[in-house]
Design a protein around this ligand. Sequence first.
Ligand SMILES: C[S@@+](CC[C@H](N)C(=O)[O-])C[C@H]1O[C@@H](n2cnc3c(N)ncnc32)[C@H](O)[C@@H]1O
Length: 403
Amino acid sequence: MQLASPPAPPAGPDSAADRPDLALGQPQGWRERLAAWRDRRMADPAFRTWVLRTPLLRRVAQRRARQTFDLVAGFVYSQVLRACMELELFERLAGGPVQPAALARAVGLDEAALDRLLAAGVALKLLRWRAGGRIALGPLGAPLVGHTAIAALVEHHHALYADLADPVGLLRGPAGRPATSRQWPYTVHARPDSLAAEQVATYSGIMSASQPLIAQLVLDAYPVQRHRLMMDVGGGEGAFLRAVARQAPGLRLRLFDLPAVADRARQRFAEHGLAGRAEAVGGSFLSDSLPGGADLISLVRVVHDHDDATVRHLLRAAHAALPPGGTLLIAEPMSETPGAEAMGDAYFGLYLLAMGQGRPRSPATLRALLAEAGFVQIRQLATHLPLQTGLMVARVPGHEAAA
Ligand SMILES: C[S@@+](CC[C@H](N)C(=O)[O-])C[C@H]1O[C@@H](n2cnc3c(N)ncnc32)[C@H](O)[C@@H]1O
């Protein structure tokens, strides 16, 4: 096998003279020099062609190209998923493979249009072809049958999708209010505790529907049953506490959220026969102190919604409400999570920007904020799916430590 020698490196834009606006520095140390050399080569089309023609390097080049094109085309893949969900294809195929013509009639699309969607769905492993030209669930579509949590997330993305049509505009600060922030009115309202029932209904419904993505992961990672009274702050409609109630029958439960949200939680607790065991307290952690008495406080998908000043205030309030030895849990997707960096830093980073406040935080950042608020024994607990939630546990100093 004869290998062609690689083309000479291009004269890339690697000097400060080429980009005077950036005042580029020289690479420091051999690692940076090597990386700079490699980056210059990778930026050269002739070098990339040579790599593709070289058997031993081709696989790496193909994988990199696929990753790049996934980034280029990812928004289309998301919309293919959305179309499948809007047309309820996964539920329609749950009973087994069907003929595309029958499916086209059922969803009200002409056959050619449906064929195009089916081909896209097959390519994305949402669907798969079966003998006789029938279409069936694929490996990624099968778990989505009746998956109301994913359905709620996909459906509510229409706002984020609109905001991201101009990502640089979003980063610069959009002229108007991003559509995403309108979905979360507490992020922009001066007095969130005065939000009315109809203003909290949509986001509370989305949170409740998507809570199953989180609850069991948290409960598998932390034994809540060792506590007496758990207070879930920013607990929404109580979906998390309902899962806790099933797991820990002896635990008393309290939810704290904005008054209009707490009303919804109270109603849900009554519907689920929990009225005698779970109470819902309305208030704002921005202006009210948190009720005392709980030996465990949870903040589930709450901290990342807020800027650092509010988080400092909230953690101090949680510390003040807990007894000596009391425990605080923080559960949310975290940045810099190995294997889930894209979810924490790309998805939530941009999502929270469009929402108008908050940021994804790394375990190290949360640890520092918790320590500043006076917590000790701060630990990160592993969850089975850190992509969906990470978990931090911390204690108030004192003799009553439960563990
Ligand atoms: C992203 S949702 C998470 C809901 C729930 N913990 C879950 O994971 O499904 C954030 C929650 O914090 C509540 N919240 C926001 N600002 C608040 C405040 N100032 N005081 C009390 N609750 C607040 C919202 O009403 C909402 O229910």
